[in-house]
Design a protein. Structure first.
Length: 456
């Protein structure tokens, strides 16, 4: 029995030893696999870092960010990766979202890194980035507020008392400025009627437009005007002196029509102030030449802009919609009177001006033809004064009818303008009443005696 027991114990020890050896070998094998996996991860992270640095050298910030993010997924506790991500986001210093991501990654770096020598400059960078975020956010709001149409409130006499009108459009972090077709400048010849406002250190915005003019008079135009003018005066029974005077008048006008050449720049510097833009316009003409004269120009004019009330520029359906929203019956009543007068005015101006132009051309054309036939009658003997009398009569009738219709159209437009002003006036009065609630003060009787009552 004793021998049998010893043998069993010996066998058990051998089994235990074999199991121990097996487990040790498994652990060693697992550790070897872990080391191999760790090495592969490190190699992959290094590859992403190398590629990200190459992307930065090529100026591809977004590609570099994506590569660093892939590295972070493999090594989420490696603080250097968060530092690299923060640095990369911060390179796009004009984008608020990128700067916020930079701060977020720098803060993750600070959570992991314990060395105060390394964290101190990073904390300084975070402070600076937070100021930039605040500044750009304020600037972004300012740009958003500048969106829309701006009309000058005051223009000096020298600038013909006409308004400058600009349409501002925010495009990302830039402010596009375009001349409105109703602007004083629009009819001039510019290299471009669009510019981008440049922000200045004092918070103002600068933009400008360069006008170019190269004009050479056409003698043939004046020769034609001289021939038509003298022929018309002669046909209307003018004396030889009147005919000669007409020719001299055309000569005088032609002498003032000289070659012009200059580059004129209109520079605007405007600063937002509440609901206005305040600043100045500078007009610079670089060696403007007119005929034999040459001069330079450099003048400043104070100017202010504001956003127009929509009711002041609205037309047609847009005007009617605004008046309906006001709910004022008088405003709608005057609008309903404005509409037919406006349509009649537009129609009268178009039809009247067309008839007046065609009738005048037909009338003057027959006057000229009659004059030519008179001068040639001795050679051809086919001049018929009655024929030209009838033709000129037709031209006169069309001309005078056209003039009458044109005058009626202009009168209707004036009446339409008055009705529109009345409609706008009642609209604005209704808006004032809505904005300022009335307060009624009365005597009243209460349980305690006589007192004052306020009705809002």
């Amino acid at each position: 029995m004793g021998l049998t027991g010893n043998k069993k114990d010996t066998n058990m020890k051998k089994i235990v030893s074999l199991l121990a050896l097996f487990l040790i070998s498994l652990c060693l094998y697992a550790q070897q696999d872990d080391r191999q996996d760790e090495q592969k991860v490190n190699e992959a992270v290094l590859t992403f870092i190398n590629q990200a640095e190459m992307a930065l050298e090529m100026g591809n910030i977004d590609d570099a960010i994506n590569l660093y993010k892939q590295a972070v997924q493999l090594k989420p506790n490696l603080q250097e990766l968060y530092f690299k991500l923060g640095e990369t986001y911060a390179k796009n210093s004009k984008n608020v979202d990128y700067l916020r991501n930079a701060v977020e990654n720098f803060e993750k770096y600070l959570e992991i890194e314990t060395d105060s020598e390394k964290t101190r400059p990073v904390k300084t960078t975070v402070d600076r980035l937070e100021y930039m975020i605040k500044y750009l956010t304020t600037k972004s709001i300012a740009l958003e507020n500048l969106n829309g149409r701006w009309v000058s409130n005051f223009v000096e006499k020298k600038l013909n008392d006409r308004s400058f009108i600009f349409d501002f459009e925010r495009i990302n972090e830039r402010l596009r400025v375009e001349m409105n077709p109703k602007s004083l400048l629009f009819s001039k010849i510019f290299w471009s009627k669009v510019d981008y406002a440049r922000p200045q250190p004092d918070g103002s915005y600068y933009f400008g437009f360069s006008e170019v003019q190269n004009y050479n008079p056409n003698p043939a135009t004046w020769d034609g005007a001289r021939s038509i003018g003298t022929a018309a005066v002669s046909a209307l029974g003018g004396s030889d002196l009147a005919v000669a005077g007409t020719g001299l008048l055309v000569d005088l006008l032609q002498s003032k029509d000289v070659a012009k050449s200059y580059i004129k720049t209109y520079e605007f510097n405007l600063k937002p102030s509440n609901d206005s833009l305040l600043g100045f316009i500078r007009i610079v003409a670089d060696k403007a030449t007119k005929g034999n004269q040459s001069r330079e120009m450099d003048e400043y004019f104070a100017i202010s802009f504001s956003k127009p009330d929509p009711i002041m520029t609205a037309k047609g359906k847009a005007l009617k919609r605004i008046l309906i929203e006001s709910g004022d019956p008088k405003a709608l009543e005057y609008y309903n009177n404005y509409k037919p007068y406006n349509i009649a005015g537009n129609l009268g101006i178009v039809v009247g001006s067309s008839a007046f132009g065609l009738g005048s051309i037909y009338w003057i054309g027959n006057v000229i033809n009659e004059s030519v036939d008179k001068s040639l009658q001795s050679e051809y003997n086919d001049y018929d004064p009655n024929y030209y009398f009838e033709q000129k009569k037709i031209g006169k009738i069309i001309t005078f009818v056209g003039a009458g219709v044109l005058l009626g159209g202009i009168t209707s437009k004036v009446a339409a303008g008055k009705y529109r002003k009345k409609a706008v006036h009642f609209y604005q009065e209704a808006m004032k009443e809505k904005a300022s609630p009335t307060v009624a003060l009365n005597f009243g009787v209460t349980g305690n005696g006589v007192g004052l009552t306020l009705n809002f």
